[in-house]
Design a protein around this ligand. Structure first.
Ligand code: PMP
Ligand code: GLN
Length: 397
C-alpha cells in the first residue's frame, strides 16, 4: 500500500506529475488483495447484494426503449433532475429548480466532488476538510491546485472540534468540504456542529461543498443538510449519489444541487471530465427516488442489524469498537492485537485471517491520529459477516 503522498501544499509540479504521484486508491488495492487471497472483503464499501429489482427492471426498460442509448442532456435526463429536486424538497424542504441549472447529474458523487473542486477552487485557495477524509478529496483538492487544511475528528467520539475548525480558516480559505454521515468514522454531524460550520461560512463568506452520499444510512441519528440553515442554501453545493442509498455502487449515478451560479461551475468542469453521464441508468435512478419510503426504512433497519452483528463480533475479540451512527463502516482500535499500526495489521490480515479491512492511516495527514484504527464494512450478507468473524476468531480469538 503506498504511503499517503505528501500533497498538502499546491506545488510547482506539473498537473500530470501531481496526478501520477497519487497512486492507486487504497480501496482498489485492498479489493484486489481480497480477490488474490480469497479473503472476505470488508474493505471497499460496496454491498454484496443488488438493490430493488424494480429499479433494475427500469434500467432494462430504458436500455430496450431505444430512447436512452445516446448522449443524455448535459445536466442529466429531465426525469431524474425532477426526482432529485422532489427528493430535496420533500425530505428537507429545499427548493431547487430542476430546469434552472440548480441540479446536475454526475458520474457518481466522485465526479461531483471533483467537478465542484475544479470549478470552485483556484490554485492556492485553501480548502478546510474533515480528517480522516475520503480519499478522493485529497486528490480533488490537489488536482484543483488547492491547499487542504484538515480538521481532525478524534477517537473515541470523532466529534467536530469547532475551535479547531475556526482555527483552520484563513484569509485564503475558499471553501469547507464537509462529509456527513462521515466516511470512515460514521459520525453524523449534529445540529450544533452544523450551526458552527454555517456561522463560520457566513462570517468569512466561504462556500460549502457537502458530500451526503450516506444521507439515508443513519441509525438513530438525524441527518440534516447544511443547505437548510438560514443563509446557507446560496453558498452550498450538496452532493449525493444513488450508489449507497439503493445499493447500486457500480452504476455511478450521482448529483450536485444548489444555486445556479455554483452548480454552473460544477457543470462547467463536468462537461470536460465526462461531458454527460450514462443515459440509461438515469431514468432507473429516477424510479428509485420515487420508491415508497418503506424501502429506505427497511434498508436502514437491515443495515443497523448488520452493524450490530459485526460490532458485537469485533468487540467479542477484545477490540474497542466505535459504533457508527451512519454509513456502513465501523471502526475499531486494534491495539490489543500487537501490531505497530493499522497498516501493518491490514497488510497481514488477508494471510493471517482471510479478511480484508482498511487502515484509517490512509485517511489522515496526521498518521498518529489514526495509527491504531481500522475500518470494517458491514454492508455484506450475514453469511459473509459470520464467516469473517469466524475467521478472525480463529486467528486472534
Ligand atoms: N463520498 C464518500 C464519502 C464515499 O464514501 C463515496 C464512496 N461511495 C463516494 C463519495 C463516491 O460515491 P460514488 O460511488 O457515487 O462516486
Ligand atoms: N466509498 C467506498 C469506500 O469508502 C469506495 C469507493 C471507491 O473505491 N472509490 O470504501
Amino acid at each position: 500500500m503506498p504511503a499517503t503522498p505528501d500533497v498538502t501544499a499546491a506545488s510547482d509540479a506539473t498537473y500530470a506529475a501531481r496526478v501520477r504521484g497519487l497512486g492507486t486508491t487504497v480501496f482498489a488495492e485492498m479489493s484486489a488483495l481480497a480477490q488474490r487471497t480469497g479473503a472476505v472483503n470488508l474493505g471497499q464499501g460496496f454491498p454484496d447484494t443488488d438493490g430493488p429489482p424494480e429499479v433494475v427492471e427500469a434500467a432494462v426498460r430504458a436500455l430496450r426503449s431505444g430512447r436512452h442509448n445516446q448522449y443524455a442532456p448535459g445536466p442529466g435526463v429531465p426525469a431524474l433532475r425532477e426526482s432529485i429536486a422532489t427528493h430535496q424538497h420533500v425530505r428537507y424542504g429545499l427548493g431547487v429548480d430542476p430546469d434552472g441549472g440548480e441540479v446536475v447529474v454526475t458520474t457518481g458523487a466522485t465526479e461531483a466532488v471533483a467537478a465542484a473542486l475544479l470549478g470552485l477552487v483556484d490554485p492556492g485557495d485553501e480548502v478546510v476538510v474533515l480528517e480522516p477524509y475520503y480519499d478522493s478529496y485529497v486528490a480533488g483538492i490537489q488536482m484543483a491546485g488547492g491547499v487542504r487544511r484538515p480538521v481532525t475528528l478524534r477517537a473515541p467520539d470523532f466529534r467536530l472540534d469547532t475551535d479547531a475548525l475556526r482555527a483552520a480558516v484563513s484569509p485564503r480559505t475558499r471553501l469547507v468540504l464537509l462529509n456527513s454521515p462521515h466516511n470512515p468514522t460514521g459520525t453524523v454531524l449534529t445540529r450544533d456542529e452544523l450551526s458552527a460550520v454555517a456561522e463560520l461560512a457566513i462570517e468569512h463568506d466561504l462556500l460549502v461543498v457537502t458530500d451526503e452520499v450516506y444521507e439515508h444510512l443513519t441509525y438513530g441519528a438525524e441527518h440534516v443538510p447544511i443547505a437548510t440553515w438560514p443563509g446557507m442554501a446560496e453558498r452550498t453545493v450538496t452532493i449525493s449519489s444513488a450508489g449507497k442509498t439503493f445499493s447500486f455502487t457500480g452504476w455511478k449515478v450521482g448529483w450536485a444541487t444548489g444555486p445556479a451560479h455554483l452548480v454552473g461551475a460544477v457543470a462547467a468542469a463536468k462537461q470536460y471530465l465526462t461531458f454527460t453521464s450514462g443515459a440509461p441508468l438515469q431514468p432507473a435512478v429516477a424510479t428509485a427516488l420515487g420508491l415508497p419510503d418503506q424501502v429506505l426504512v427497511d434498508l436502514r433497519v437491515d443495515l443497523q442489524r448488520r452493524r450490530d452483528l459485526l460490532c458485537d463480533g469485533l468487540s467479542a475479540l477484545g477490540l474497542e469498537v466505535f459504533v457508527p451512527a451512519g454509513t456502513y463502516f465501523a471502526t475499531t482500535d486494534i491495539s490489543p492485537l500487537g501490531y505497530p499500526d493499522g497498516t501493518a495489521f491490514c497488510l497481514d490480515l488477508p494471510t493471517r485471517a482471510g479478511v480484508v479491512a482498511i487502515p484509517h492511516q490512509v485517511f489522515y495527514d496526521d498518521a498518529d491520529a489514526g495509527r491504531m484504527l481500522v475500518r470494517w464494512a458491514f454492508c455484506k450478507r450475514d453469511q459473509m459477516l459470520h464467516e469473517a468473524l469466524d475467521r478472525l476468531t480463529r486467528a486472534f480469538g
